[in-house]
Design a protein around this ligand. Structure first.
Ligand code: MLT
Length: 263
């Protein structure tokens, strides 16, 4: 893939940099409730992954490693050479793990937000292939309307239906070709639990007790892999940064402070 700097928005300033990578089917906007809570303490960078939001991508194929390299190029273009704290939501976490594998020296800390170091199971791959066929047949709206509500926990469904509707609208903004490329990238990604086991930097695992995609039990098991890990189990589904933003910001702030102090 020809590397291209990722479009990103920035909040706050200073030498302590947190990069937030969105998941699927999302853009950098998914961090909108979190960034106001972090920008006083850190410079916060929210990129759009290739083919999402305002980052264009015309290629036929994309891998999580391509996306990790695009992030490395983006940091270089911005003159950022010091280790950062990198947080990734779900698919963004798969990219963050690839980045940690390729550029460990660039990390002061790695935070997996509702994400996993495992590769896709056979069942997951079959389901993704089914979704790709639906998308190819023009079923984007059906796909998005089915998928998004399932990402939220009971409290959001009951008290914040607007949040879910808004996320459906934002999910619809992603072009079908990008959705398919992201799914192919997720199918092809390898298991990266070794990256957690060998991490020279601290690792944070943020899980949702009602997450239907990444079971909280799986997250708790992965929190035992690194030498130094921070762990939180939120009263939320798969979208903690929208469902319980204050809690996620507090946890991330505490983790990042530790990372920068000990880097
Ligand atoms: C995400 O939330 O980024 C994706 O749904 C993750 C996945 O499908 O594995």
């Amino acid at each position: 893939m020809a590397q291209q700097s990722l479009h990103s928005t920035e909040f706050g300033q200073g030498e302590k940099i947190i990069v937030l990578l969105h998941g699927f089917p999302e853009s950098k906007d998914v961090w909108r409730r979190l960034t106001p809570l972090l920008q006083e303490d850190f410079r916060v960078l929210c990129p759009d992954l290739p083919g999402a939001g305002n980052s264009p991508f015309e290629g036929a194929q994309l891998s999580v490693e391509d996306m990790a390299r695009a992030l490395a190029d983006t940091l270089q273009d911005k003159g950022i050479h010091q280790p950062i704290v990198l947080a990734g939501h779900s698919m963004g976490g798969y990219v963050a793990l690839a980045f940690a594998d390729l550029f460990p020296e660039m990390l002061a800390g790695l935070s997996l937000v509702h994400s996993s170091c495992h590769s896709d199971s056979e069942e997951k791959i079959l389901n993704r292939r089914k979704s790709i066929r639906l998308l190819e047949k023009g079923g984007k709206e059906v796909f998005v309307r089915e998928m998004i509500p399932n990402l939220f926990g009971a409290a959001a469904k009951e008290k914040a239906p607007d949040l879910i509707q808004e996320q459906i609208k934002r999910g619809m903004d992603m072009p079908v070709q990008s959705m398919i490329r992201f799914y192919e990238a997720m199918i092809a990604r390898p298991d990266r639990c070794r990256v957690l086991e060998q991490a020279p930097f601290p690792v944070q695992i943020i899980a949702g007790k009602e997450d239907n995609l990444i079971p909280v039990k799986e997250s708790m098991a992965q929190a035992r892999l690194p030498n130094r890990s921070f762990v939180s189990a939120l009263a939320a589904g798969h979208m903690g940064m929208l469902e319980t933003p204050q809690q996620v910001a507090d946890d991330l702030r505490q983790f990042a402070r530790y990372c920068f102090e000990t880097a």
